[in-house]
Design a binder for this molecule. Structure first.
Ligand code: ATP
Ligand code: MG
Length: 335
């Protein structure tokens, strides 16, 4: 199967007062058509920066310093998104690649009824559709996200947070995109609403087969719905593979730490261990693997210095990649 999105050596920098901060460092990743991909990582690991890179919405002081993002469109034509001008990319945003983010609810205009949001969005991108056609499609989408038709005549403030987020999801699907990027789509919501929305997204995926990319710090929210999982640490992608392989046999010490820090209903919570220490400051990166200061596998001379072997991704399984050269030891040595 060909990837629908090929991200190659993507680096994104923010120029700040005291230097250049590389929030996304040399990230390469294949996203397959129809898959649900999760990207997890602590706050500040570069998830939103990566999402903005794909959507080409990086704003100053940020800039994409290198890389390629190849999108395979609905006619199987390959397009390097980063080479497009803003005007050219605008044709793809909404219609092909779209997003729902954490604070998305705030994008609803308080002075417009919900139905006006749908009409305006559709007309802004395709002026051939009639009002009737747009509203028919809207009603269908509202049904998919389990909202009643009557919300069409509501103003945003008349809806709960969860209803607004579901409205945004329906709106993002209006132009039948083939990639939906969801950046912390449920973080601002209570736990029950989070699960409800994840269930809706799972059904939407089943019905529409749309490729979904979830970015979140909370693997427990997405673990049961994603096919593949990527793990980011301090701007780098440190592991990528099928979710069940990564859960069963993580091959990066950071992923191992994350998996053993998540409490589950079935085990002894007191055995759960948080990873000691903190991620590095991106402006003062260690001269070693970025995870080395927190790593139980750290080896002098291998994980740092000129001979550092942690600069590339190694194949650690049939469909699994890791940045750790000692990946075979990850599951054998426990702290
Ligand atoms: P979170 O889980 O908190 O949303 P994240 O993984 O999405 O975090 P990003 O928001 O991509 O992380 O941030 C990555 C790094 O880039 C952080 O160190 C952050 O401080 C920095 N950064 C993000 N946006 C900007 C900006 N506009 N200007 C300067 N630095 C930025
Ligand atoms: Mg973020």
């Amino acid at each position: 199967m060909e990837p629908i999105l090929k991200i190659r050596n993507l680096s994104i920098d923010y120029k700040v007062n005291n230097g250049t901060l590389r929030a996304c460092d040399n990230v390469s990743l294949d996203i397959y058509k129809g898959d649900i991909v999760g990207i997890i990582g602590e706050s500040g690991s570069g998830k939103s920066t990566l999402a903005s890179g794909i959507l080409k919405t990086i704003k100053s002081p940020g800039e994409i310093s290198e890389g390629q993002i190849i999108y395979c469109d609905k006619e199987d034509k390959e397009i390097d998104l980063l080479k497009l001008t803003e005007e050219e990319y605008a044709k793809y945003r909404w219609s092909n690649i779209t997003t729902v983010f954490q604070a998305a609810q705030n994008v609803l205009n308080p002075t417009l009824k919900i139905k006006e949001h749908f009409l305006e969005t559709a007309w802004a991108h395709n002026n051939k559709l009639t009002k009737h056609e747009i509203l028919d499609k809207t009603k269908e989408l509202l049904k998919n996200v389990r909202l009643e038709e009557r919300v069409l005549d509501s103003y945003p403030h008349q809806l709960s947070g969860g209803m607004k987020q579901r409205t945004i999801i329906a709106l993002s699907l209006l132009l039948s995109p083939d990639i939906l990027i969801l950046d912390e789509p449920t973080t601002a919501l209570d736990v029950i609403t989070q699960w409800y929305i994840m269930d809706i997204l799972r059904k939407v995926h089943e019905e529409m087969g749309i490729t979904m990319i979830f970015l979140t710090h909370d693997v427990s929210v997405i673990g049961s719905i994603v096919d593949r999982l990527g793990v980011m640490y301090a701007g780098e992608l440190v592991e990528y593979g099928m979710v069940e392989d990564i859960f069963k046999k993580p091959t990066h010490p950071y992923t191992y730490g994350l998996m053993h820090a998540i409490p589950s209903l079935h085990d002894d919570v007191s055995k759960r261990k948080a990873i000691p220490g903190y991620p590095p400051n991106l402006l003062e990166l260690p001269d070693s693997c970025r995870f080395a200061p927190r790593c139980y596998l750290y080896k002098d001379g291998i994980c740092d210095g000129d001979s550092k072997k942690t600069d590339k991704l190694y194949t650690s399984g049939p469909d699994q990649l890791t940045r750790c050269y000692m990946w075979e030891k990850v599951n054998k040595i426990c702290r």
